[in-house]
Structures are given as structure tokens and as C-alpha cells.
Write a protein of this length. Sequence first.
Length: 149
Amino acid sequence: MTDDRVTLPLTKTRAAAEKMCAAVCTDPWTGEVLPGGHDPACLTLLLAERDLAMAKYIAGGFDEVAAGEVFGEHLLGATTDHLLELSREDRERIFNLGYFTWVEQQGMSIEEFRIRKDPRFWADLPTIVTDWDRMIDEFNGRTGALDAV
């Protein structure tokens, strides 16, 4: 059985999704496309998830009015009703949730992960943001990730 979404003519959204599939499956250092980088299943999944989210949350489209409504409701209208004052144990538990993402999935060493417990790590973070911006710009330039957006 074939999926018609994969054989549709390229649209701006589909082109962006294809670039995304290639980008997430591209070695960031060499630019080499890793196995599955142009997998139609990846593209189909991205487009299907996008379609489901659009139908569920913004069926009428997402224009400036919708953006203003979302901003007002979820950012300006935010209250402290659902905040929890955390104990040291609670904060430790939440911090440790990052272990799976950073160490298990991203391959970070446990030492690099534990550095995040030191408040100086977070205080010094803004000093390296410009380096990250430069690296993101270089990556986007190599992969063409923003060309279709």
C-alpha cells in the first residue's frame, strides 16, 4: 500500500518537511546524509503529525489573530495556580529526568551532564549563546534547512 502524501507534488510545507528529514538525519560535522535521511516514512510521519496538530489545535489556520489569542491566553494569561514550590528532593528528581535525554539519547558523558547542577553553568550560559547562534547559522547554511521556509 502506498501513501499518497509521499507522492504529492512539492509544496512549501512539504519541501520544508523534506529538508527537516534530511537535516535531522545529517551528520552535523560532515554534512553526510545518514541512513534514512531521505526516508519517505520520515516525511510521511512529519506531515501526518503536522496535519493532526493543525486539525486539532488550529483548524481555521494560524494567522495573526490566532497568534494573538494564543499569546494572550497562554503567556499573558498565565497565573501561578499550577505552580509548585519544590523541595530540594523535588528539584533533584526533576533534574535527573534530563539524564535520559542528555546521557542516554544524546550521548553526553555523565560528567558533562552533572555540570548542569552548578548554578554557575546557567549563569555563564548567555556568554556562549552567540557561539550557538553561529553554529546554527552554519548548520542551516550547509543543510539548506531554511531555504523552503
